[in-house]
Design a protein around this ligand. Structure first.
Ligand code: SF4
Length: 735
């Protein structure tokens, strides 16, 4: 691995921007591990994969990170880590790292260029497209993988400097549904829980959550619950989590909403309503009760495939619970009616008064390490700090905090991810800037998207690697530093703000995303936007200012030092000097951030999935996480040798024994999976974990999204990855 010192970068890229690069380096300690990290120190940092937010102690030797161990005493992971956390350093030293900016030559090959050239090409390219096709012909796609500070700087430079109104993030694929559901039901995007609730419940209901695989440390905490809890899992598949549950409701794909209304019906019938809580703290219960009255056990059993006795046992268990917590993840969020399904879960928590007490809550666990930071500060479809672009007061608040003219802030929100994709298809979007996400792999209905990316006048990819499916299509690649190579903060699923620390030098000329955004701002003539931010902590202080008086107010934190001392702090933390308790939950007082202080019951009529199974495509394709060793598109995990060894070489399809036998398929056979979008070849794994009429492919396989159907929840615009109609047949010949 080549590690080029800063002075060498400057020598090679001498030009007008080099002076800014030099200053950036001076400001941010570019090219060296900060001086406060002694050569043989142990540096504590939050893991850069999932939203659990485990703390890792990184061990330095002669100033280089050589190993890590999970932090003991950190209130999240309590000394544990999953395989990804243990191997977090390995992807940094991959020989596939992008070590210089790259641009296409006249023969279409990516060739190394200097930073001056790269940033100049970026700015002139964006300006050229805007001049030819209008200011709104450019969009950016951000990520839940960079620090909160970097998100805020990106959103500031892109929207207030470059005039790019349309921007969204890969967080749209992950938790947009939960955001929308919380906003409508609670009045603000407020996951109310703390992880300790997993240990305090006597009934835990997991809907569309394979916790044991997707959030293994949280599963471990649930397993250490001393109350011998009933664990009820709602999932069409018998996942590892379902196998460890006391009750598994194997709901028919796409019918969760019927099931949740049916459980509400049974709870009301059993007198399990907490009338005191409902009367004092909610609105809409009468309409809810009227709505679910129609969801009789008979009707729900027919719709969901779950026997009446099982429905009744589930309702009896919840009704008898002392502390019942409801949790959901992507099985709900990535549904064609995800928002209403999430709200049906919230409804159950409200009607049983299961909120604000230890072991309770309607709790969305999110996906990416900093999806929660993105929810507040990505400045994409929402204005900085959970505000609205359309609100003049909000624009004025942001302008004051940034010291800019409010006229630079767009007055309308931009397009969401699916609308940006549609904009490319319709020729309205001509340039796309993709930061730390691999959209050519992960977007639903991938084949169409790849064609669209190839139509763009300008595709810029900013990433650790130039070998992702998206970077391979780029006109310009900007090499970025990764987790462990920069400072900042992440916010985890339970609202805990934690420190991410620089423990290694980025290779070659790769720069922290924050530096890249600053360079671009200066090259584009809007350097004033970033002048006030000489360090990531300067940005953090601005974000604290933007939080003041809002539902997530963390202005009481005394900067990074406080986070280091306390070991991560949950928002809200509005009072300076207050010593935060280790674990905090919201709504202990029953007051919600709605105008009347009451939470809302929300109901709707279930809708069918976008694609029906038919004779030609009789099987429902389910997708989800494959193993604890894999992460999303495998961009990093496949570059960690130990994780790669734990990952199957070939993509595999889970298929039920009867469905396999009817097609003459046995385990390890090559099979073809056919949807209306395409045909892919995978290995068969014959297993009863999927019921008859269902098959399962892991989301990490590159082929999976060639099959998925581009359909979206109408409220959150989140893709519905969990339902597509397919057929499976033996492969005609092994290739
Ligand atoms: Fe990292 Fe998530 Fe694993 Fe914890 S559970 S070590 S945060 S990937």
């Amino acid at each position: 691995m080549t590690r080029t010192p800063l002075r060498e970068i400057l020598r090679r890229t001498d030009g007008p921007l080099t002076r800014e690069l030099a200053r950036v380096g001076a400001d941010f300690g570019l090219g060296q591990v900060p001086a406060d990290r002694a050569p043989d120190a142990v540096v504590r940092s939050i893991c850069g994969y999932c939203s659990t937010g485990c703390s890792l102690d990184v061990h330095l030797q002669d100033g280089l990170a050589v190993n890590l161990t999970p932090s003991t005493g950190y209130p999240v992971n309590l000394g544990s880590a999953c395989p990804k956390g243990w191997e977090a350093l390995a992807p940094l030293t991959s020989d596939q790292r992008a070590t210089t900016p790259l641009a296409r030559d006249e023969r279409g090959r990516l060739q190394p260029i200097g930073w001056d050239d790269a940033v100049t090409r970026f700015v002139t390219g964006i300006r050229d497209v805007q001049d030819r096709h209008g200011p709104d012909s450019v969009a950016f796609l951000s990520t839940g993988q960079i620090t909160t500070e970097e998100m805020a700087v990106l959103g500031t430079v892109a929207k207030f400097g470059l005039g790019i109104r349309h921007g969204d993030g890969n967080t749209r694929q992950c938790m947009a549904t939960a955001v929308t559901a919380y906003k409508q039901s609670f009045g603000a995007d407020t996951p109310p829980y703390t992880y300790a609730d997993l240990e305090a419940s006597d009934v835990v209901v997991l809907v569309g959550s394979n916790l044991a695989v997707a959030h293994p440390i949280l599963w471990q905490r649930l397993r250490s619950n001393p109350h011998d809890p009933d664990v009820i899992v709602v999932d069409p598949r018998r996942t590892d989590t379902a196998a460890g549950a006391t009750q598994h409701l194997a709901v028919a794909p796409g019918r969760d909403l019927d099931l949740l209304y049916g459980i509400g019906h049974l709870l009301i019938e059993r007198g399990a309503v907490d009338h005191g809580f409902v009367a004092a703290h909610t609105t809409g219960f009468e309409a809810y009760a009227q709505h679910v009255a129609a969801y009789t056990p008979q009707r729900v059993a027919e719709a969901t495939g779950i026997p009446i006795a099982q429905l009744e046992r589930c309702a009896d268990t919840i009704a008898a619970g002392r502390a019942v917590s409801f949790w959901w993840t992507m099985g709900v969020n990535q549904s064609h009616q995800g928002t209403r399904t999430a709200q049906a879960i919230i409804d159950l928590a409200l009607l049983t008064g299961s909120i604000g007490r230890p072991g309770t809550g309607a709790n969305s666990i999110t996906g990416q390490c900093n999806a929660m930071g993105s929810r507040l500060f990505s400045n994409t479809t929402g204005l900085l700090g959970g505000r609205d672009f359309g609100d003049a007061t909000h624009r004025a608040e942001v302008a004051a905090a940034l010291g800019i003219d409010a006229g630079r802030i767009p007055t309308e929100t931009g397009m969401a991810y699916d609308q940006i994709v549609e904009g490319i298809a319709e020729g309205r979007i001509k340039a796309l800037w993709v930061i730390a996400t691999n959209t050519a792999h992960s977007w639903i209905g991938q084949g169409q998207l790849r064609d669209l990316l190839d139509r763009l006048d300008l595709l810029v990819v900013q990433d650790l690697y130039a070998t992702t499916e998206t970077a391979e299509r780029a006109h310009l690649v900007l090499p970025a530093a990764g987790w462990g190579e920069k400072d900042g903060t992440f916010i985890n699923s339970e609202r805990r703000i934690g420190r991410v620390r620089k423990v290694a030098q980025a290779p070659g000329q790769a720069l922290a995303d924050l530096h890249i955004f600053r360079l671009i701002a200066h090259a584009a003539g809007c350097g004033d936007l970033v002048e006030r931010w000489r360090s990531p902590e300067d940005v953090f202080r601005t974000l604290q200012q933007l939080s003041r008086g809002r539902f997530f107010d963390f202005s009481g934190i005394d900067g990074y030092a406080d986070l280091d001392t306390q070991g991560g702090i949950q928002w809200p933390q509005p009072v300076p000097g207050a010593v935060p308790t280790t674990e905090r939950r919201l709504y202990a007082d029953g007051r919600f951030p709605t105008p009347d202080g009451r939470a809302r019951f929300v109901v709707d009529d279930p809708r069918p999935p976008a694609e029906h199974v038919r004779a030609r495509r009789p099987l429902v394709l389910l997708t989800g996480r494959g193993s604890t060793s894999e992460w999303h598109t495998g961009t990093r995990t496949r570059k960690a040798p130990a994780l790669a060894r734990l990952t199957p070489d070939d993509p595999y399809l889970e298929i039920a024994p009867d469905d396999a036998a009817a097609r003459g398929i046995t385990s390890h056979d090559w099979v073809e999976v056919i949807s209306e979008r395409g045909t892919v070849r995978v290995r068969a794994l014959v297993t009863p974990t999927v019921g008859d009429g269902r098959v399962f492919l892991s989301m990490h396989h590159e082929v999976t999204n060639q099959l998925t159907m581009p359909a979206f929840d109408p409220h959150s615009r989140q893709p519905a990855y969990k339902h597509a109609a397919v057929e499976v047949r033996p492969a005609s010949a092994v290739r």
